[in-house]
Design a protein around this ligand. Structure first.
Ligand SMILES: *Cc1c(COP(=O)(O)O)cnc(C)c1O
Length: 435
C-alpha cells in the first residue's frame, strides 16, 4: 500500500486532487527543450520516418477512404480561430483572456473523427507495410494504391490485430485494420459507449466487453495476443509507433500556422492544451511540437478531476507506478476518452522535462463548455475534447504572462458521435448553463 498522507507532505496538491478540485500543476522539472530532447529515446528522425510512411500510404488512403481524397490521402484536420468562444469564455469565467484562441479540430479528422486517427491508424499502416515488404509483395517505392486489392486483403487476413481501448482507439484501429483485411479484436473497457461497439461490430470487428476499466481491457488484449504469433497487439501504454504517429501532427500544424501568418518565437509564445488519457496522443503531439518550436511552445495536459493519472505520475515521478485509485479517486467520468487510471510510464518519462504543466477539469465544466462552443462557433465535440478549453483561463488566473500569445486548444474528438448522442451531451450542457 502506498502511504498517501506521506506522499501528500511532499506533494500537497494531492489533497486537492482527492477533493476533486479543478487544479493546475506547473512542472518544476522542465528544462531547456534542447537539453531535454538529448536524453530521450525518441528522436526527430523517428518522427520524420513516420511522416514519410504516412506520405507513402496517401495513395492507398485516398481510394480506401474517399473522404481523404480532397487532402490527397493525408489525414489532417483544420486549425480555426474561435473568437466568439474566446468572448464567451471571458464572460463565463469572469476573467481576461490575452492572446488569440484557436481550435485544432481533430474531431474533424477523416476516418475516425478523433485524435486516434493519427497514432492508431499510423501503427496499423506500419504493421501492414512491414508484413507486405517482408513477404516480397511491396517495395517502399511502389504506389501503395496496390494495397487496395483483393490480393492484399487476402494476404492481411492471415494476420490479426488486437487492442484494448476506452472506445476511440478501438474505433480507429478497428476501422483501419478491417479495411486492410486484417482480423481485428477490440477489448473494450466498461466505460466504452454502446454505439462505438455497435459500429465496430457492423464493420466485422470482434468486440470483447469487460466490466472493468481501461487497464484491464489492455491487459486482456495483451494476453490474447501473446498466445498467437500471427496477432499484433497495439500497446496503447508503451507503443513508440503510436507516439511518433501522433507526433507527426506537429509539422503539419507548423505549416498551418505559417499559412495563417501566426508567428511563433520568443516574443510570440505558443500555448497548447491537450486532453490526456494514457498519454500517447497528447504526449506524442507535445513531443513533436517541442522538437519543432523548442522553448517557444508551452504544452499543458488536461485531465478529468476523477482521472488525473498523468498529472499524478508526473508530479510524484512515480509514473505508471501510481494510479488514481491509490489516492482514492474512482476514475469515473463522462469524458470516456480520458477515463484512464494509470498513465503510460513511457510517455511520462519521455515528457517529464518537456511538459509545462497539467490541470484538471470536472465533467460539469466539460458539458458547459460543450454547449458554449456549440452555441458560439457551431462546433460539436465530445466531452473529452473540451478539456483543453480551460487551459488559458488557468494561466490567466495564475498570472502567467500571455502577451502576444497564441493558444491552441486541441479538440481531440467528437466527429463520430451519432447526432442522437450529441444532442444528449448538448442538452446536458445547456441544463448546467441555465442553473
Ligand atoms: C484517446 C483520447 C484522448 C487522449 O489520448 P491518450 O493517448 O489516451 O492520452 C483525448 N481525447 C479523446 C477524445 C480521446 O479519444
Amino acid at each position: 500500500m502506498m502511504d498517501i498522507q506521506q506522499l501528500g507532505m511532499t506533494f500537497p496538491l494531492i489533497f486537492n486532487m482527492q477533493n476533486k478540485e479543478e487544479i493546475i500543476w506547473f512542472n518544476p522539472s522542465i528544462i531547456k527543450a534542447g537539453d531535454a530532447l538529448k536524453n530521450v529515446s525518441v528522436t526527430a528522425e523517428m518522427v520524420q520516418d513516420a511522416s514519410d510512411r504516412l506520405d507513402r500510404f496517401a495513395s492507398y488512403l485516398r481510394i480506401a477512404f474517399p473522404e481523404t481524397e480532397k487532402a490527397k490521402g493525408i489525414i489532417e484536420s483544420p486549425l480555426v480561430k474561435i473568437p466568439k468562444m474566446a468572448s464567451a469564455l471571458k464572460e463565463f469565467f469572469q476573467t481576461e483572456l490575452t492572446g488569440e484562441l484557436l481550435l485544432k479540430c481533430d474531431n474533424a479528422l477523416p476516418i475516425s473523427g478523433s485524435i486516434k486517427a493519427r497514432g492508431g491508424i499510423y501503427e496499423v499502416l506500419k504493421i501492414a507495410e512491414q508484413l507486405a515488404i517482408k513477404e516480397g509483395l511491396l517495395k517502399e517505392t511502389d504506389d501503395y494504391a496496390v494495397l487496395y486489392t483483393e490480393k492484399f486483403k487476402q494476404f492481411f487476413s492471415n494476420y490479426s490485430i488486437a487492442v484494448g481501448s476506452t472506445g476511440n482507439l478501438g474505433l480507429s484501429i478497428g476501422i483501419m485494420s478491417a479495411k486492410l483485411g486484417f482480423q481485428v479484436t477490440v477489448h473494450m473497457s466498461s466505460d466504452a459507449k454502446q454505439w462505438k461497439k455497435d459500429m465496430l461490430r457492423s464493420k466485422g470487428v470482434i468486440v470483447v466487453e469487460y466490466d472493468f476499466d481501461y487497464s484491464i481491457a489492455v491487459l486482456e488484449g495483451r494476453k490474447q495476443a501473446e498466445k498467437d504469433p500471427s496477432c499484433f497487439f497495439i500497446d496503447d501504454e508503451n507503443s513508440i509507433d503510436l507516439f511518433v504517429g501522433y507526433a507527426v501532427a506537429a509539422s503539419r500544424l507548423k505549416t498551418q500556422l505559417e499559412q495563417s501568418k501566426i508567428i511563433v518565437d520568443a516574443e510570440h509564445p505558443l500555448f497548447v492544451y491537450l486532453p490526456c488519457g494514457v498519454g500517447g496522443g497528447p504526449g506524442g503531439v507535445a513531443f513533436g511540437l517541442k522538437l519543432l518550436f523548442g522553448d517557444h511552445v508551452h504544452c499543458y495536459f488536461a485531465e478529468p478531476t476523477s482521472s488525473p493519472c498523468m498529472l499524478l505520475g508526473l508530479m510524484t515521478g512515480l509514473h505508471e507506478k501510481i494510479s488514481v485509485a491509490d489516492i482514492g479517486l474512482d476514475n469515473k467520468t463522462d469524458a470516456d476518452g480520458l477515463a484512464v487510471g494509470r498513465p503510460s510510464g513511457f510517455v511520462g518519462k519521455t515528457l517529464e522535462k518537456l511538459i509545462s504543466g497539467s490541470y484538471t477539469i470536472n465533467d460539469k465544466t466539460l458539458y458547459e463548455l460543450l454547449a458554449l462552443l456549440a452555441d458560439t462557433e457551431n462546433i460539436l465535440l465530445e466531452p473529452s475534447a473540451l478539456a483543453g478549453m480551460t487551459g488559458p483561463i488557468h494561466l490567466t488566473k495564475q498570472g502567467v504572462s500571455l502577451q502576444n500569445a497564441t493558444h491552441i486548444v486541441w479538440a481531440t474528438g467528437g466527429g463520430m458521435v451519432p447526432s442522437k448522442e450529441m444532442k444528449v451531451y448538448y442538452e446536458k450542457g445547456k441544463q448546467y448553463l441555465i442553473k
